[in-house]
Write a protein that binds this ligand. Structure first.
Ligand SMILES: NC(=O)c1ccc[n+]([C@@H]2O[C@H](COP(=O)([O-])OP(=O)(O)OC[C@H]3O[C@@H](n4cnc5c(N)ncnc54)[C@H](O)[C@@H]3O)[C@@H](O)[C@H]2O)c1
Length: 463
């Protein structure tokens, strides 16, 4: 399958102002490079203006409950690797029904659709008439929430179409690739009163939920610092001629920065009470040179391949630092082009102790046995999250160690019981923003760049 994806808005994905130039393009003109790099940090911090009264939200979507319903009727757009796994999880959740599926490749829809009658559900409606067929799908009246598991560039168009048609929207990660698109999601969610959720499965991981329970119980005291990351050797996948290989290598030729921030940042945001007493304030970023994709291509890709026309500009390892308004700091790293075991870092340092993941280990001030790490087992009895206690046995065979099932179950529970979702459009925007912000920082000599307050003051900071 060699289908290529066009950008939904008829142009290549462009980040916020000025970022469509690569760093190397920028440096080609000495004067321009000098001007860009000489821009004082204070100017970049000021570059995101304080909330504009003209942008004032009609009303926040924070804490807004779903409407109570007996059944959560869900449509899935994009049933490739991730979408078909999501279909599998939802099929195992009582009260969930998949009513429609959509994909540009009919052969991806059919096997997913066939799983429904096999489980006793009616066959879902199928939308396979091209890149914008989701616009027909969202018009149906048997859908409560549209879940997009498409390539990144389609997340925003699908979510906007869903909300404008009166459906809640849920997206895979990252929700958006530019600040403008982050704002578009926020404004549309507020205007339509529909939720737009970035379904971040890693917030439902066993370790993440256990650590968050300990944080909220005060075991760690005040959390001062956290580490979050997406460290995953994707070199083979990025050069594949199917699946993510068809679209996920392209940003490495046009964009820089921290491409995939949300798996690490979602859980860490919960530990640090982001939008529940604190907020991301500003970010600085540094990146290494690019070698990983070039070396892989040299070793594995025949010289006749069109892939040899590509020039990779994204550095192999992006390391960003985020400071919150309350002065907490977060290290956020992204690397998918180096040989490495998988890690999301997932760690905290706090006034009463430390948690480090991969493998999980703790040190608490004054603990028996002195200054050495202890493993997670001793904490399971007291701090396993209630959702894992209730669902752990069913979830254990599910995707990503079970967290995918817990996330699907919890989404359906919130929808059926009329609860507010665990996270909202402001979280989706703030967790996705580090990509464009890190790109701006890199292009200005690692200068600090201010996070927009996507909540426009609704998330109060308790100092
Ligand atoms: N949360 C996780 O753990 C996790 C894991 C893997 C992927 N993802 C995310 O899921 C998304 C999809 O990744 P994937 O691995 O499934 O990729 P994939 O390439 O396997 O699947 C994408 C699917 O979308 C379809 N598609 C493309 N354009 C479309 C359009 N306009 N309308 C409808 N369908 C369209 C493709 O044909 C394909 O079937 C990405 O955002 C990725 O980052 C998340």
């Amino acid at each position: 399958m060699t289908r290529r994806h066009r950008h939904p808005r008829g142009h290549s994905p462009s980040p916020s102002a000025g970022a469509s130039l690569s760093r190397r393009d920028l440096l080609k003109t000495a004067g321009l490079a000098g001007a860009a790099l000489a821009l004082p940090a204070a100017d970049l911090l000021a570059a995101t203006p304080p909330p504009d009264p003209a942008l004032a939200a009609p009303a926040t979507m924070m804490g807004v409950p779903f409407e109570r319903r007996d059944e959560a009727r869900i449509a899935v757009v994009g049933v490739g690797g991730r979408g078909s796994s999501v279909v599998g999880e939802l099929l195992g959740v009582e009260g969930a029904r998949i009513t429609a599926l959509c994909d540009v490749v009919p052969a991806h829809v059919q096997p997913a659709a066939a799983r429904l009658p096999a489980k006793g559900f009616p066959a879902p409606a199928q939308f396979i008439a091209g890149e914008r067929d989701f616009e027909r799908l969202v018009q149906r009246d048997d859908i409560d929430l549209v879940y997009t598991a498409t390539p990144w560039e389609w997340h925003v168009p699908v979510c906007l179409a869903a909300m404008k048609a009166g459906k809640h929207a849920a997206t895979e990660c990252p929700a958006a690739m530019t600040l403008d698109d982050c704002w578009e999601l926020v404004k549309t969610s507020e205007a339509t009163r529909r939720h737009c959720l970035q379904l971040e499965n890693c917030t439902y991981g066993f370790n993440e939920m256990l650590v968050n329970t300990m944080v909220k119980a005060g075991v760690f005291g005040d959390v001062l610092y956290a580490e979050a990351a997406y460290i995953h050797d994707l070199r083979s996948l990025l050069f594949s001629d199917e699946g993510e290989g068809l679209w996920r290598r392209a940003p490495h030729t046009t964009r820089e920065g921290n491409f995939y921030p949300t798996h690490g940042l979602g859980p860490v945001s919960w530990y640090l009470d982001i939008h529940k007493g604190d907020r991301f304030d500003y970010l600085v970023s540094m990146a290494t040179p690019e070698h990983g994709l070039s070396l892989w291509r040299e070793a594995h890709v025949p010289k006749s391949s069109p892939k040899w026309a590509e020039k990779y500009i994204a550095g192999d390892i992006d390391t960003s630092l985020i400071r919150t308004v309350r002065g907490k700091t977060i290290l956020l790293q992204h690397t998918v082009t180096c040989p490495t075991p998988y890690s999301r870092l997932n760690s905290i340092r706090a006034t009463k102790g430390v948690f480090l993941d991969y493998p999980p280990r703790f040190y608490l001030d004054g603990q028996k046995g002195g200054e050495q790490f202890v493993d997670i087992d001793g904490f399971k009895a007291d701090y396993t999250h209630p959702l894992w206690k209730q669902l752990g046995a069913v979830a254990s065979g599910a995707g990503h160690g079970g967290m995918d099932y817990i996330m699907a179950w919890r989404l359906v529970q919130c929808m059926r019981e009329g609860l507010p979702p665990d996270y909202d459009v402001y979280d989706a925007a703030a967790w996705s923003a580090p990509w464009p912000l890190s790109e701006t920082s890199l292009r200005h000599g690692s200068a600090p760049v201010r996070f927009p307050d996507f909540t426009r003051g609704a998330a109060k900071v308790t100092l």
